[in-house]
Design a protein around this ligand. Structure first.
Ligand SMILES: Nc1ncnc2c1ncn2[C@@H]1O[C@H](COP(=O)(O)OP(=O)(O)O)[C@@H](O)[C@H]1O
Ligand SMILES: [Mg+2]
Length: 264
């Protein structure tokens, strides 16, 4: 499904700010894998997602999607097959457009035809049905501007937009981190439901270690641009936050005390 092979990324090469963000990453996701990713600030989690989405070019290595080598494809070309949701609820949606216009834009992603400012009746019915599934009452506010919604509502819509046409891979980069705890767990539940129902291959970065254990079928831990721990199935289910802290400590020495990951 998704294969990342020998991928490295250095930012600001040859300058005083040179930073090896990814160091020879190898990772293969099977169809339907739901991988949670944890690691401290600056570990390379977002960079890994950005490499898959094509936000920046990779320095070396290859990324394959269904055996297609997409390493050189620009972000817009990958967008029809890769859903990407970020931490900031303002980023995924257009505030000045209505809920239904936002969804229509998402439905046309990667297609030749633009909005043309016509949203068909049949489409509206589909959107209404999908919005209803979110359980937030948004199906009765489809013409409301997205800018009027709360962060949690916007993030739920972003999630819907990213999955409206089934992506080959769904990338979630701390997509619940900016929300209050109650909304965050609601959006996480929605995430689980959508991923499960659509059988989506998913990578989710979280700083909440318990969420990382509870959600998905596989967990990886990153440190200093590398994958230092990769666990799945029954072994993953048995993990405790304490186990993860110990793993992290092994890799990083005593630094973990200062790490944001601890706050999860
Ligand atoms: N666009 C960029 N330009 C320069 N440095 C970057 C850029 N993106 C990330 N980095 C650096 O790469 C490292 C990994 O960052 P990132 O992948 O965002 O970490 P994480 O998401 O795990 O917190 C950090 O040291 C960060 O400062
Ligand atoms: Mg990040």
């Amino acid at each position: 499904m998704l294969k990342i092979k020998n991928v490295s990324k250095t930012f600001n090469l040859g300058t005083i700010n040179e930073k090896k963000a990814l160091k020879n990453i190898n990772l293969t996701l099977e169809d339907g894998d739901f991988v949670t990713i944890i690691g401290g600030n600056g570990a390379g989690k977002s960079t890994l997602m950005n490499m898959v989405a094509g936000v920046y070019p990779i320095d070396c290595g290859h990324i394959y999607l269904d055996d297609d080598d997409i390493s050189l494809d620009p972000e817009y070309k990958r967008a029809s097959r890769i859903g990407h949701v970020f931490q900031d609820p303002m980023m995924g949606t257009a505030a000045d457009m209505s809920i239904q216009e936002n969804l229509a834009m998402a439905a046309r992603r990667g297609k030749r035809r633009g909005l043309g400012w016509g949203v068909k009746k049949s489409e509206l019915e589909t959107y209404r049905k999908e919005l209803k599934k979110l359980g937030l009452g948004l199906e009765s506010r489809m013409t409301s501007k997205v800018g009027l919604l709360s962060g949690g509502q916007r993030q739920a819509i972003t999630l819907l937009m990213a999955t409206l046409t089934k992506p080959k891979v769904l990338l979630l980069d701390e997509h619940t981190a900016a929300l209050d705890p109650a909304t965050s767990s609601k959006v996480l539940m929605l995430t689980n439901k959508i991923v499960d129902e659509m059988h989506l291959t998913t990578m989710m970065v979280t700083h909440n270690m318990q969420d990382a254990i509870d959600v998905g079928n596989r967990l990886i831990m990153m440190y200093d641009g590398q994958i230092i721990y990769d666990v799945k199935g029954e072994e993953k289910k048995k993990l405790t936050v304490n186990d993860l802290l110990k793993k992290f400590e092994e890799a990083s020495g005593s630094e973990f005390v200062n790490d944001r990951m601890l706050l999860g």
